[in-house]
Ligand binder design. Structure first.
Ligand SMILES: [Ca+2]
Ligand SMILES: [Ca+2]
Ligand SMILES: [Ca+2]
Ligand SMILES: [Ca+2]
Length: 261
């Protein structure tokens, strides 16, 4: 009986230790994340302490982190950390998630012959297609995919907003992207821009969301455009720590069993 009671006490002690380990994990990870602002829309979440947007199994570096860098510049800095240029398929997938331009009444297929208005919110994956849509003006960020996108990926047009009214600023994110499969040396540009009101104006200017082909060479830069870098979403740190904690616990249980035997 004494041995059984002793075993119960020890199991309780192991439970306490596990709780301590879990508390330690909270201190190392969860509590750290709580202190960092987190923004989430459409399954994409920005961690403002890392400047990384996670969603769809990928991490995206915020586009405002690479303003003024060429594709070559960005890869020279970030490739060693596992970042690559977003492919046409990855970018179309990202745009499809946000359902830009759901208001078909604002389409204007008459301009820019060869540019295809996006139909039903489906973006093409061909590197030689240019697609665009004009945007629906959501009253708040809760109902406006362009505002949501720019809140996540960052404002890359740093000068223009000063010329717009505070009641309707120019939210704008743009980045170079794409796989040069036709080997002509050109990369594409992605742009999400919201409606805006210039100072002195009373009529709102439409926003434009666009994936444009053959826009720049690898060494070209734009002063209002970043580079779309992606990498596989990392395994969350808590998983690794939990496995470590369970491993330690398992070792101690095994030691107890040997000790009791
Ligand atoms: Ca081309
Ligand atoms: Ca909008
Ligand atoms: Ca190309
Ligand atoms: Ca706006």
């Amino acid at each position: 009986m004494q041995i059984k009671l002793d075993t119960v006490v020890r199991k309780g002690a192991e439970l306490k230790m596990l709780k301590k380990l879990l508390a330690g994990m909270c201190a190392l990870t969860l509590c750290h994340n709580v202190s960092a602002a987190v923004i989430s829309y459409n399954g994409y979440t920005l961690n403002e302490s890392t400047n990384i947007v996670t969603g769809g199994g990928l991490e995206w570096l915020q586009w405002d982190m690479t303003i003024g860098q060429s594709v070559e510049d960005a890869l020279a800095i970030y490739a060693s950390q596992g970042w690559t240029i977003a492919t046409n398929v990855q970018m179309a997938g990202l745009f499809n998630t946000f359902v830009f331009g759901a208001n078909t009444a604002l389409y204007n297929g008459a301009i820019n012959p060869g540019n295809v208005p996006v139909a039903n919110g489906i973006w093409d994956t061909d590197e030689n297609t240019t697609q665009y849509t004009y945007n629906n003006d959501g009253a708040t960020i809760a109902t406006d995919p362009e505002k949501q996108f720019v809140a996540l990926f960052g404002q890359t047009y740093l000068n223009f907003p000063t010329a717009t009214q505070a009641s309707n600023p120019y939210e704008y994110s743009a980045a170079w992207f794409g796989i040069d499969q036709d080997d002509d040396g050109f990369y594409n540009v992605a742009r999400v821009s919201d409606e805006y009101l210039r100072v002195g104006q009373t009529v709102v200017n439409r926003g434009l969301t666009r994936l444009a082909n053959d826009s720049i060479l690898a060494e070209d830069i734009g002063n209002q455009t970043g580079v779309a870098l992606v990498r596989s979403a990392a395994i969350p740190e808590p998983t690794g720590l939990l496995l470590f904690a369970l491993g330690i616990l398992g070792l101690r249980v095994a030691q107890r069993k040997r000790h009791n035997a």
